[in-house]
Ligand binder design. Structure first.
Ligand code: PGA
Length: 254
């Protein structure tokens, strides 16, 4: 694991966009695992900018998103399909047929989960998986648990997650109670993992995830075992790591 310190959110986003751009340039039909949430929004904006400048071509890129709320259609403005179209896909030359997100309207969870695992396999796996991190250490919607869930599964969202995501809905009661999410094995099988963390609300969980025990109680901690994991965090998110480890540099290699 390598942690790169970023000055602030913009610096973090630029660094992340540069890494993703390099991946696209080096392999024009890369499979990108994508994430939703507030954190990657500026990274996506930077990628759109690079596309507009003629530096990136998404025509052969394939994408697979981490998760989707169960019960929301792709037209619902809080669904992750809607989000991805809105913040990235509709602004670049990607073929929407090459973009994959779990089908929130599929009632049969076994069917949807095995379909999604099959999609990942048929693309030959994920070259680069982008991740945010929840304040409770979740990655995708892999919530704190007593075991690591392996592949795509239906999850009951943690209260912490529903409250945190209530900011996008009119009330917490409207936040779906369940979601489909890739599992830890799907994420760990990715060739590269790029985790982004911004803001002081992530500082404790970032320290626990990368400097504590590997435990399903803190799902992101499994990434300590990934052979090619890059973390980019801004200074507010690094506050606890800086304080507890005494690390003062710009790059931390472990
Ligand atoms: P955020 O969410 O980017 O909105 O902080 C991250 C996550 O919950 O994975």
């Amino acid at each position: 694991m390598t942690i790169y310190a970023a000055k602030d959110y913009l610096d973090l986003s630029r660094k992340a966009a540069n890494i993703i751009s390099a991946q696209i340039t080096l392999k024009r039909n890369s499979v990108l695992g994508l994430a939703t949430g507030s954190t990657p929004v500026e990274t996506y904006r930077q990628l759109i900018e690079k596309y507009r400048q003629g530096d990136l071509d998404f025509s052969e890129i394939r994408t697979i998103n981490l998760d989707e709320y169960k019960g929301l259609s792709g037209e619902h403005n809080q669904s992750y399909r809607y989000f991805m179209n809105d913040v990235l896909f509709s602004h670049i030359n990607i073929d929407l047929k090459n973009t994959n997100i779990p089908d929130g309207l599929e009632e049969d969870s076994e069917k949807e989960c095995s379909r999604y695992n099959q999609v990942i396999r048929s693309m030959g796996g994920i070259d680069l998986q982008l991740l945010g991190i929840g304040g409770n250490g979740h990655i995708g919607f892999n919530e704190p648990s007593s075991f690591f869930e392996k592949e795509t599964h239906l999850v009951a969202l943690a209260e912490h997650t529903r409250k945190s995501n209530a900011r996008f809905f009119t009330s917490v009661d409207e936040v779906p109670t369940h979601a489909y999410t890739m599992g830890i094995k799907n994420i760990m099988d990715a060739g590269k993992v790029l985790l982004l963390a911004s803001g002081e609300a992530k500082a404790i969980t970032l320290y626990d995830s990368f400097f504590g025990f590997v435990t399903p109680e803190i799902p992101a901690s499994i990434l300590q075992l990934h052979p090619n994991c890059i973390v980019i965090a801004d200074e507010p998110a690094l506050a606890v790591i800086r304080e507890k480890t005494g690390w003062e540099g710009a790059v931390y290699d472990n």
